[in-house]
Design a protein around this ligand. Sequence first.
Ligand SMILES: [Zn+2]
Length: 609
Amino acid sequence: VTPRTAIQIRTAFTLILLQLLPSFGYSDDVPLALRVGEACHAFEHLGEMGHQLDAAVDSGATVIYASGVGALGYEGLPAADLLQATCTSEAAYHRRAKEKGIKLVVGYLCATSIVKLETFDKHWTDDFRKQFKTPPSEWLQQDRNGKTLASWYGGNYNPACMNNPDWRVYEHAMVRMQLDVGCDGIFFDNPTVHTKGCYCPHCMEAFAQFLKVEGVAVPDKSAEAVRALSDAHKSEFMRFRTTIARDFFADIRAYARTINLNVLITANNSLNAPSVFYTQSVNYGYNIFEMSKAEDFIVLEDMSTQPRITADGKVIEYGPVLKLVHAIAHGKPVVDVKIAETDYHTPPNLVKLAFAESAANNASYLVWTTWPGQQRQKLSSATRKQVDLLRANQSLLNGGKPRRDVTLFLPFRRWQESKDCRALEIAYELTKSNIQYDVFCEEDFNLDRLVGAKILIVESMNVLLKSEVKVVESFQTNGGRVIAADSPNWTDEARNAIGTPSVTVVGPKTVRAYVTDFPDKTVVHLLNLNIERVNSFEDKVTPADNLQVLIEAPSPQVRSMNVFTADEVPAANSAKFEPKPHGEWTTVEVALPRLEVAAIVTLSSEVRK
Ligand SMILES: [Zn+2]
């Protein structure tokens, strides 16, 4: 398929989709190399273990996160001969990666770190130094009194300010150096602002601008006067902090695109645990809603929420987090790293499950392909099996519309008011019950977004703005139902309002089903969360046997079923299905003798008129 044909097909497809499905679907408008299923993201370095290209390639990776040249940036560049040697060897490594089928090499750069300030500029040539108006000691984040802020990470590390023009020039140089050695994009680590905020003159200038946009008068623009204003406008200052990384990415992206129009900019959006969904904006200025405006895709680095069951029966999953992130991601592709117990190694069946859970949620899992020698074969082949399955079936993973028996409002602005994200708790409840839902945030709170929705869940009517209450009233006038989840039996209320759910799983409580609609088929992702982590390289699967799944398909005719799985004992061959049409819909009863890890079931129908 030539690119032009691909575009034509995609356009035609999008038109069909728009006709049939009047409301929101997952974006189909992302670079091919980042599409779910097509992309397999891999970290190919861990601690002392670098350059694990072969393991990444064996695992089916197409996007690697390399560290070579960018990591040098931490300490302000080494001596010229070492720098040259590193650039040469990294360029060769990136060429080899491309020859082996890697589509994107993403370089690494820290957005804020200056390590060993005393020697940071020691090896700079006069030409390099000439670019800067001030020495590195003046690039640092500053406290309320304009004094240099110490690192909140500890160690011999000083935080540079992302608003500092000289720091940006330095970062531009580091970006150029990496593009020159063959990187296709840059992954920014640690794009954070000091827990106390930065009050440097550049931030104060930007904050004055921010206040103006907010309608606050700024009579005196001197740094000291604006610092005083920040005392009186704490909420605005807190919000301003969360825009600093965004503006930094926008600047870097614009610069990088003067060198290569296709450069991709992404960052560690942190979210180390679901519990920090709100608080990471307060504590470190990590705000996915703002950062996603200037990123080409979003990387999340969770440290404990790898889907699984614990020895004491606790079910852990990440799907609800992904749904909320999509609501604030401005349609950008979402990539998630999710590990268990802060261990970067994941055993084989849990790797498959992690991939499958991300794909079910229109996201791409990022795997660490940094296994010790004796484990490598087992883990790369398990990874490969799941990756190949998703890649072969990527048309089932992109451009669909998630089924929504209910739609959930995420008032993301509440990160300033509450430590806990109530909408995330609600999402977890819905996922646990296999209730199909999507999520939207305040930016999309309008009647268009609610077209086709029957039930809207809000955490409480009290969190709505006046304008949102008006939208809710119109939604109700048009027959929509609103459920406030601040009553104790809101889940029963939701179940009753839904009536026949889109999917019913008759089987263990650890099975999840995610339904997505396409014009000619309904796709159901099935996940078995009943997999226990034994250690870094072993897990224990308790399969779901004799699984029965009832699916409502939006078509009077369901003609065929397919089951795709990377399970060792595939259920596909002996799965049965029985369609029972009723009006414009069909209830399809699917019987799977065994689900080990994950499967994708497709029910193909005629396109509705
Ligand atoms: Zn600053």
